[in-house]
Design a binder for this molecule. Structure first.
Ligand SMILES: Cc1cc2nc3c(=O)[nH]c(=O)nc-3n(C[C@H](O)[C@H](O)[C@H](O)COP(=O)(O)O)c2cc1C
Length: 135
């Protein structure tokens, strides 16, 4: 599956809230973040890290549910719990599944992220099957 676009950067510490929510994310250090404002949304993604490829779900946006708005490009890598702060990664954005939403509680956000995970795992299991990639 050809990515829609890719973004590379160094992983920095986010607010560490994701960990508490059950969805830790790798946040990219982006000196010129405004370049990516128009790409806001939630995506099925893969992550290239040290020549390995991992499946995950990514968010580009302002995180309107949080008290403090801050623009981030971040990815939750599935079934992964290594500390990769300071490492260089490339996020490949494969399919956009929805807009960012302002939820009225963190519980609603977590419920939605669980639905995103189910949907994106399905998308990726189809997209990443061996030999189904178009040449
Ligand atoms: C797949 C995915 C979907 C997300 N969707 C939303 C959303 O719709 N609205 C929102 O405010 N934040 C959304 N977020 C951002 C979360 O609020 C954020 O990951 C969380 O607050 C943890 O941030 P931290 O990594 O800085 O700790 C999403 C994040 C991911 C990974």
């Amino acid at each position: 599956m050809t990515p829609l676009f890719s973004i590379s950067g160094t992983v920095i510490k986010g607010s560490q809230l994701g960990r508490k929510l059950g969805y830790p994310t790798a946040n990219l250090d982006l000196p010129d973040a405004s370049r990516f404002y128009h790409l806001t949304g939630v995506y099925a993604a893969t992550v290239v890290l040290e020549e390995e490829i991992y499946p995950g779900m990514a968010n580009i946006g302002f995180r309107p549910t949080l008290d403090q708005l801050s623009f981030t490009v971040e990815v939750n890598i599935f079934d992964f719990n290594k500390d990769i702060y300071g490492q260089e990664i490339t996020i490949r954005f494969l399919e956009r599944i929805r807009d960012e939403i302002r939820f009225t509680s963190m519980e609603e956000l977590v419920t939605q992220m669980a639905k995103d995970e189910t949907e994106i795992r399905k998308i990726l299991s189809l997209a990443l099957k061996p030999n189904t990639d178009s040449q």
